[in-house]
Design a protein around this ligand. Structure first.
Ligand SMILES: [Zn+2]
Length: 140
């Protein structure tokens, strides 16, 4: 019996990424959903922030010291939330770009594709589970 091993070995070459088209599509859906969620959250936060500023402008005349202090804190919190959301949205966008480039979802440690199930839970994961626990063992 002759088994043509070159055909079998060459089988994976159809996708340059080492993933099936279905898997890539699945990851794309996960990342898009995440991006859209973050985008919606960001827009909500922007609207909230604008409301805060309008209230502030309306109130400014009668403010005492303590009042304007708590408003500053509130505004700082809102601003830092905006930054966080913007940053996370950018991460999702970069992940999508890297997915199109075929560089997203590979382990930094062993260069194997990170399982889709893991990416669904941790879209920003850069290592597979075993490399991650190896790293933590070394670090700890
Ligand atoms: Zn790994």
């Amino acid at each position: 019996m002759l088994v043509n091993s070159t055909v079998i070995a060459g089988k994976g070459a159809e996708t340059a990424t080492g993933r099936s088209a279905e898997e890539v599509e699945q990851i794309r859906t996960v990342l898009r959903t995440r991006y859209e969620d973050l985008n919606a959250e960001y827009e909500d936060a922007v609207a909230e922030n604008q409301k805060l500023r309008l209230v502030e402008i309306g109130d400014a005349a009668g403010d005492d010291q303590a009042d304007s202090g708590s408003k500053t804190a509130e505004r700082d919190a809102a601003t830092s939330l905006l930054r966080t959301l913007l940053d996370r949205r950018m991460q999702a966008e970069l992940a999508l770009q890297r997915l199109e480039d075929g560089t997203y979802g590979y382990c930094d440690g062993c260069a194997n594709p990170i399982p889709v199930a893991r990416l669904e839970v941790f879209p920003s994961a850069t290592t597979c589970v075993s490399c991650k626990s190896n790293r933590e063992r070394r670090a700890g």
